[in-house]
Design a protein around this ligand. Structure first.
Ligand SMILES: Cc1cc2nc3c(=O)[nH]c(=O)nc-3n(C[C@H](O)[C@H](O)[C@H](O)COP(=O)(O)OP(=O)(O)OC[C@H]3O[C@@H](n4cnc5c(N)ncnc54)[C@H](O)[C@@H]3O)c2cc1C
Ligand code: FES
Length: 252
């Protein structure tokens, strides 16, 4: 589906993030993404944070422009694309790093069950509004300005992931290998689903820009939500490809 829509509401979420609510609802499931065209700028992939919203944090010129847009402005939307989270069971652990919280908000507002959220940000000012979350939360900040000083993966010192039916993860790629390692050591990687990012151009499985080694998975089509088992021995946390397809090694 491709359409233009008016922005119905812009909601500030912490210091550097906004929710852009559009006038149309998109029949979708949590974990799917849309391609958002910002007139005069680019078309970029953003996770749905509900059936009618995305959450954006400026990373470059297009996200910055989108975050400055106002009620009544018009944007283009293509999608929804990708597979989304598969849900079964009733005790869920959600692990979010930074703006990776966006698809997890859609998930927790959609699913019923016992929920535990582990959420990490660099500083307390970045933390988004969590009012709609009903469950136990563990907040981490790198500078200790809110919650527990540390990174979100420190949550494994506080809870046992094997007590959950499913584990949903979204956030910066460099936090993911640690999660894969912990869950693999406990033999529960099959309970986890990771929403991953690759450079997305077409969004519909045609151009190959978002391919991921070694299985050649297209993140826009077979993902963005990948099962834990698919990430074993993958390129995750080791390298990624930029807009030109050039291979770049991740650095801390
Ligand atoms: C499936 C998916 C879901 C995403 N969900 C969200 C979200 O909910 N909220 C949010 O704020 N951001 C999200 N992003 C990231 C967002 O797409 C990028 O921050 C945005 O494209 C940057 O564009 P820019 O012009 O502002 O910055 P640029 O200066 O062009 O780029 C800044 C960074 O974003 C990366 N980037 C740029 N264009 C793309 C692209 N087409 N595909 C993937 N990465 C790109 C660049 O590699 C660079 O690291 C998501 C990315 C993917 C792949
Ligand atoms: S972005 Fe073109 S195949 Fe995935």
């Amino acid at each position: 589906m491709l359409f233009f829509t008016e922005i119905r509401r812009v909601i500030k979420e912490g210091r550097n993030t906004v929710t852009i609510q559009f006038s149309n609802e998109i029949k979708s499931i949590p974990g799917q993404f849309v391609m958002v065209y910002v007139p005069g700028y680019e078309e970029i992939p953003l996770s749905l944070s509900s059936e009618s919203s995305v959450m954006v944090r400026p990373a470059g010129i297009t996200t910055k422009r989108l975050a400055e847009m106002k009620k009544g402005d018009v944007i283009g939307i293509r999608g929804p694309y990708g597979n989304g989270f598969e849900i079964s069971g009733n005790r869920f652990l959600l692990i979010a790093g930074g703006i990776g919280i966006a698809p997890l908000r859609y998930l927790w507002e959609d699913v019923s069950g016992d929920l535990v959220l582990a959420y990490g940000e660099r500083t307390g000012g970045n933390i988004i509004n969590l009012d709609s979350f009903e469950g136990e939360t563990f907040i981490f900040t790198e500078n200790g300005s809110a919650g527990i000083k540390g990174v979100v993966t420190d949550v494994f010192d506080l809870i046992n992931p094997s007590e959950f039916d499913q584990i949903f993860v979204c956030g910066p790629e460099l936090m993911m290998p640690r999660i894969v390692e912990v869950l693999e050591n406990q033999n529960i990687l099959n309970k986890a689903q990771f929403s991953v990012e690759r450079y997305i151009k077409c969004g519909i499985g045609l151009c190959g820009s978002c391919g991921m080694d070694p299985h050649g998975l297209r993140v826009c089509k077979e993902g963005p939500v990948l099962k834990g088992e698919m990430l074993k021995n993958s390129e995750l946390g080791r390298y990624y490809r930029d807009a030109s397809g050039w291979r770049n090694v991740w650095k801390d």
